[in-house]
Design a protein around this ligand. Structure first.
Ligand code: PGA
Ligand code: MG
Length: 222
């Protein structure tokens, strides 16, 4: 195991952009939702830059782009409902695990680390996606962006998970692809690990100064 895991007990993982490349399916759902409300559909590259603050913000960013102004609440609600319906219908059609994810989660789980999932994605999508990849049972606890009163970059979900499992933040690690994961991890007192291949609003994740930057999750086993 990587030395950064020495003395640690809890490893928290982000989902989108860290474990799974979900942007292709998110893009299809955003495109269908925008067409349904009579607007033009953004590209996958657009959506890649907008992911990271949960589904309501993703839809709001898409509407801002299509309208070039702030959407009214009725349109926002219609587009959000459409997005949720379309994404719910096919969350796994094009989504793929990143290299090294399955092996690393299995190895950490087998080595006795407690694994938790902390995503800003709505909670209802977590189980269908993780079960599709046969990874749900590896996680002791899963929290979505709507599970608690605050989502990342708030430290609340991380502190909630550590508290529930009675593990000190100093014995906990947050692994993620975006500045929100690293900010949440630092604010919670977790050790932070970043991957550069995910979604970070088009910015290099180095800017967030994680404790460790790894090119793939497999590095955690070395
Ligand atoms: O839904 C999002 O905006 C991003 O989700 P994540 O926290 O798993 O990266
Ligand atoms: Mg992410």
């Amino acid at each position: 195991m990587h030395t950064i895991l020495q003395g640690k007990r809890l490893v928290a993982f982000d989902l989108d952009g860290t474990l799974i490349d979900s942007v292709p399916d998110l893009t299809v759902a955003v495109q269908k939702a925008l067409r349904e409300v009579g607007l033009s559909a953004p590209s996958e590259a657009n959506v890649r830059d907008w992911v990271g603050n949960g589904a309501p913000v993703l839809v709001e960013r898409a509407l801002n782009w299509a309208l070039e102004q702030v959407p009214d609440q009725v349109l926002q609600a219609r587009a959000y409902d459409a997005f949720m319906r379309h994404y719910d219908a096919a969350p796994n059609a094009l989504t793929q695990l990143y290299p090294g994810v399955r092996k690393t989660l299995n190895a950490l789980h087998a080595a006795g680390y407690i694994l938790v999932l902390i995503t800003n994605k709505p909670e209802r999508f977590i189980a269908p996606i993780l079960s599709h990849f046969e990874l749900l049972s590896q996680f002791t606890l899963c929290l979505g962006g709507d599970s608690l009163a605050e989502k990342k970059p708030s430290p609340l979900p991380l502190l909630h998970a550590a508290g529930q499992l009675d593990i000190a933040p100093s014995a906990s690690v947050m692994v993620g692809d975006s500045r929100h994961d690293i900010a949440a991890g630092k604010a919670a007192g977790f050790t932070t690990v970043a991957v550069p291949y995910g979604y970070n609003h088009g910015e290099p994740i180095e800017q967030s100064q994680p404790d460790l930057l790894i090119s793939s999750l497999s590095a955690l086993m070395e």
